[in-house]
Design a protein around this ligand. Sequence first.
Ligand code: AMP
Length: 590
Amino acid sequence: MASDKIIGIDLGTTNTAFSILEIEQPEVIPNQEGERTTPSVVAFTDSGEQLVGNLARNQAIQNPTRTIFSIKRKMGRRDFTKEIGENEFTPEELSAAILRKVRRDASEYFDEDICRAVITVPAYFNDRQRQATKNAGEIAGFTVERIINEPTAAAMAYGIDEHQDQRVLVFDLGGGTFDISIMELGEGVYDVIATAGINHLGGDDWDSALVELLSERFRKEHDINLQKDPEAKQRLQEAAEKAKKELSTRHETRINLPFITATEDGPLNLEDRITREEFEKITEGLRKKLRKPTEQALKDANCSTHDIDNVLLVGGATRMPQIKRVAEDITGKDPSTSINPDEAVALGAGIQGGVISGRKDDQVLLDVTPMSLGIEIQGGLMERLIPRNTTIPTQTSKLYTTSHDAQSSVYIQVFQGEEDIADRNELLAEFELEGIPPAEAGTPEIYVDFSIDINGIVEVSARDEMSGNFEAVRIVGGSGLSDEELEVMKHKADKIEDQTISDDHRFIARERANRAAGVGERLLLNQDIPLTPTAAIHIEAGIDRVETLLEDPESLTKDLESATEDLLHDIELHGGTEALGEDTPGMQTN
Ligand code: AMP
């Protein structure tokens, strides 16, 4: 039966976390693996199995071209698809794969079908990106109850235990986005006054700066560009992220990547050393970018740094000392340490879920739209109809007419952004108002309504006053997916889901079987461990059985598991694993 519970999901660039509020306080829900965050990574094996989370991340080096990281950076882009074999996946579908795992894990945790969710997005996401996130939720089988902004969610998690009125600045640097929000909190009311940010700036960029540095140094020494080799690049990226994290607590770190590549003379290793000082030097340009949006938000909120009572740091990348320093520099305040930057957003989303499901009724959220909404007028200029930082939901109307006699249609282009030249902004939709009854120029009255709903999603509709015609609008290049397209994607995801559940399971079973067979082989070949002829025959037969099942795509996972257990049992019985000094794959040996 479908549950009435509403979970809150922080669908992050790097990690995803989810929570629920059942009584008073929100709590993070652990995933199936028992962890509080799930890597936002999706992969497809050569045989077409889909992996999500840790399983996907752990095989990335062996399978770099079929592993997808940071898909959030591509959200809202209709020109991007990832080709995997014969299939193509949109950013919505890949994000949906992550959300499907969330749904599965939460449903398993509560033993109820969890299908309602609040999902967070960076405050600075535009309409297209919000719509794409909502679609991803729906493809994953959720009813998306609300899209809320990440910094707002973080402030809710912080504010739930605060009883004093205050003005806070949320400084949110995640894996791929940077957001600043200024809001007023007091007695359960969260009133966002201004928000600003950069949609494509995050911890990933700090990793890339390190990758550049390391590969450049390697190139100078060996004249080889590691970035051309997908496997080497993937290893380099992982090492760079690790080094970056280490430099958050240490002043120096070493990078050691054996056999990163090979020449005619043999394998080459990458061995390097980076100090925090060097790291900060090469990322100075990135740091500089943080200042402008922060100042912009302060200006839009009509306040100076003196009016800010508290600074909250959110997003994993704010763990870097250089980021803390920038936030301190700009705001002149010591950031609060009372929230966990990795969990605050998910917890806030959980609170909002609790509010919507009626479990909590003393929290009110007043959010704003991050960007101005407007239309193109004469001379290619942008006329702003809803200015940025207007409290949502909001709505406005504009009266149109014709410029020549018997004109039967008008063309309207809707943009979002702050540029004065219309087409430098994001084009959301193009409308052709058709079917205007023949009339003298300037007499028809056509009202076009522009609204932004509580999720920050834009809706446009038009009405011809004379004919009362509402259907005279035709979307020429809409931003969202049609209902039919959504249905097709849901269907495709259902099919993959059928595979994934058993495949996650099968993947683990296969890994275990392979390793067991390997241990068995080594035991048979090892001259130092004498086996009785009967034991050898047993083990050989066990390996054969496991390998036959591994090669047969139709074999049942449970048969493979039982053959693996039998083989492991025989190996154990003859002291094989101990003598070889190996861990029995997955077996409790204590
Ligand atoms: P989020 O999107 O909030 O999960 O943030 C993820 C980003 O934070 C990634 O770029 C991580 O590499 C980065 N991150 C996480 N922990 C640390 C740390 N201790 N030091 C520096 N960056 C970190």
